[in-house]
Design a protein around this ligand. Structure first.
Ligand code: GLC
Length: 552
């Protein structure tokens, strides 16, 4: 296998604007050595699969040394590979092989917090209050007579309090440190120059190794207002509660943009410039700033992922996202699933408004998933997304139509959301189950050992070999859609077409029409040669809950 795929101009600095990026959650992708954790050689062995699927790039979730307190988002060493996943040599081999196959690579960068095993955090714990070691993180004295109370009542995403108390070498209690996520994820102090410089070093470290882009974790969290008296934080992780003037003490502060302007100058040292996409959980009007050309260049939006199955709602969301992207001269991103949310084939099989936390806690039984409906809608939505201008981020396994595994037994769960929230929320393990590669093999070909999360037997129906070459399979639909997209993709324009029914219909400037029927009854399709339909083997009209692409 050599050379690049047709349509990919290797050194085009704008390659990312309409790229299809495939998210790999490495520990659940493919295991080469039988330890039950996916690894870098496993990824290398599946590059032919990715190439045949037809994606443009791969985004690798964290693969760094980690105790896995939060699925790898607790990083011990930003410039290394978890020895269970491979070595830096393996990493270099992977980058070379991806590039050889015409694929770009994004790595996940986690700048808001390290792990508590990071050498800087260990040094901070060993050092005294007020030391330069402690200044790289956020340490404060506690309140109360002997500092027994946390400095304030700020909540964390994964634990009740955002503060954890340290223990001194003599065993007595010490200062408190801030963590917006698990206690194993202490937040960096981004007002500290060493922290800033170290991340610039890390950006160069991976860029020098040929990495093309960075996905920036919790991009809106780095800068904090720690001035006293502390400002109130009534909720955490509720985007709608964020003010739009940058006044929240923990998220989306205006100062964070200084950090990304410095990163941009590093990206631009390379040719083509390295690119980045912000995971910034902020309201639409604040998103554009992260995505400007002098900052990260692009920002995720999870708006379609949160949009109910409704033509009008989809149209409004798409219009808003395109406007936001235009506001930063970037392209929009689109996504339906990722490693943090219930897989969309399951979501679309549930009644509108289902409380997903409660559904997960019920083991996926209340309410029951309408699997047929979920699959129909998921296929239709994927085609709709893939016809939009901008870049699409696919999550591993969605091309197989995988469902959420909602009935994982408590003892199998790993997510800190479950572990720290005393079972009040089940967490995200159900969308992180290892991929089924081969329906005949033990562990469905993911590993010859014991997979780190149990793989249900019914996953065999979704295995790659069960779909490969099978007309009408979800895998073949994705392959055909990506092939067609590659041929038809052109400028980033979209024209809406009116339709009286429950339909979202738009075209691109070369006559590529995408027509989604959100209703359940068939709808007559406007004239034009059909290119692809999300429902196999249909004739004539556009079936209910389906997307048709046609040339008109
Ligand atoms: C991001 C990641 C999520 C992780 C969190 C903390 O939201 O997507 O998986 O738990 O950041 O790093």
């Amino acid at each position: 296998m050599s050379g690049s795929l047709p349509g990919v101009i290797v050194d085009d600095p704008h390659w990312w604007r309409q790229a299809v990026v495939y998210q790999v959650y490495p520990r659940s992708f493919s295991d080469s050595d039988g330890d039950g954790l996916g690894d870098v050689q496993g990824i290398i062995s599946r590059i032919p699969y990715l190439r045949e699927l037809g994606v443009d790039a791969v985004w690798l979730c964290p693969f760094y040394p980690s105790a896995l307190a939060d699925g790898g988002y607790d990083v011990d060493d930003y410039r290394n590979v978890d020895p269970r996943l491979g070595s830096l040599d393996d990493f270099d081999e992977m980058v070379g092989a991806l590039h050889e196959a015409g694929l770009k690579i994004f790595v996940d960068l986690v700048p808001n917090h390290s792990s508590d095993r990071h050498e800087w955090f260990r040094a901070a714990l060993a050092a005294d209050p007020g030391s330069s070691e402690r200044d790289r993180y956020i340490f404060r004295d506690g309140l109360g007579d002997s500092g027994e109370l946390p400095p304030n009542d700020w909540p964390s995403h994964f634990a009740p309090s955002a503060w954890t108390r340290t223990t001194k070498a003599d065993g007595s209690p010490g200062q408190w440190y801030l963590h917006l996520f698990a206690p194993e994820q202490p937040d960096f102090n981004w007002d500290n120059d060493e922290v800033n410089n170290d991340f610039l070093f890390t950006l160069r470290f991976w860029s020098d190794r040929g990495v093309d882009g960075f996905r920036v974790d919790v991009a809106h969290g780095l800068k904090k207002d720690l001035s006293e008296p502390y400002k109130p934080v009534p909720s955490i992780g509720v985007m709608e509660d964020l003010p739009t003037d940058g006044s929240h003490p923990l998220f989306d502060r205006d100062e964070v943009h200084e950090v990304y302007r410095a990163w941009r100058s590093v990206f631009n040292e390379y040719s083509p410039p390295r690119v980045a996409v912000a995971e910034a959980g902020v309201l639409a009007e604040r998103r554009a700033q992260y995505a400007t050309a002098d900052e990260l260049g692009q920002a995720f939006n999870f708006d379609l992922l949160q949009t109910r199955w409704d033509a009008q709602a989809f149209r409004e969301t798409i219009t808003r996202c395109l406007d936001v992207a235009e506001g930063s001269s970037s392209s929009s991103t689109w996504t339906l699933s990722n490693h943090d949310v219930v897989r969309h084939a399951s979501r679309y099989g549930l009644p509108d408004g289902t409380d997903l936390e409660a559904w997960l806690l019920s083991g996926g039984t209340h309410p029951a998933v309408d699997i047929e409906q979920g699959a129909r809608r998921a296929r239709a939505a994927a085609m709709l997304l893939l016809a939009l201008p901008g870049s699409v981020y696919l999550y591993q396994g969605e091309e197989l139509g995988l469902l959420e595994v909602a009935d994982l037994p408590a003892e199998a769960l790993q997510d800190p959301i479950w572990l720290r929230d005393n079972g009040a929320r089940k967490g995200r393990d159900g969308c992180r189950i290892p991929l089924p590669w081969n329906s005949e093999l033990p562990s469905l070909g993911f590993t010859i050992g014991t997979p780190h999360l149990p793989i249900p037997a019914w996953f065999s129906n979704y295995a790659v070999d069960a779909q490969d070459g099978v007309e009408g399979s979800t895998l073949e639909l994705y392959r055909a859609a990506l092939r067609t997209r590659r041929q038809l993709q052109s400028t980033e324009t979209l024209t809406w077409h009116e339709h009286p029914d429950d339909v979202v219909w738009f075209s691109r400037d070369n006559g590529w029409n995408s027509f989604t029927n959100f209703g359940t009854e068939p709808v007559v399709r406007p004239a034009g040669a059909e290119l692809l339909c999300s429902v196999p083997l249909h004739t004539g009209d556009v079936p209910g809950e389906s997307t048709v692409w046609f040339r008109g």
